[in-house]
Design a protein around this ligand. Structure first.
Ligand SMILES: [Zn+2]
Ligand SMILES: [Zn+2]
Ligand SMILES: [Zn+2]
Length: 100
């Protein structure tokens, strides 16, 4: 009965978020934007997307690319020489698939 899966989503701004299949995604991205694109990943069968024609099966790991980076991540270096994320990267929303 175990279902190993998770979901990856891009919001309208282009933030990438992951959720496991038990907790699921929040209704909105933490930046307040709506989800623009989601991918349901079932680790045995591949992933699924919503499309005009209905649920669409994709083979492979579309969530790992090729997603164009829209804006790169920016970091600050603190006095201990750590890199601290200041602005996270955003990604172009693919023109196929969509949010549920
Ligand atoms: Zn966002
Ligand atoms: Zn996918
Ligand atoms: Zn630091």
């Amino acid at each position: 009965m175990s279902y190993e899966g998770y979901e990856v989503a891009l919001c309208e701004v282009g933030h990438k978020r992951f959720a496991d299949c038990y907790s699921g995604l929040n209704a909105w991205c933490d930046c307040g934007a709506k989800w623009a694109w989601t991918c349901d990943i079932d680790q045995t069968n591949g992933c699924y997307h919503e499309a005009e024609e209905g649920r669409m099966r994709m083979n492979g790991v579309c969530h790992e690319g090729p997603w164009g980076e829209k804006t790169p991540a920016e970091y600050d270096v603190c006095n201990l020489n750590h890199l601290h994320l200041r602005t996270e990267a955003t990604y172009h929303v693919p023109d196929w698939g969509r949010a549920r």
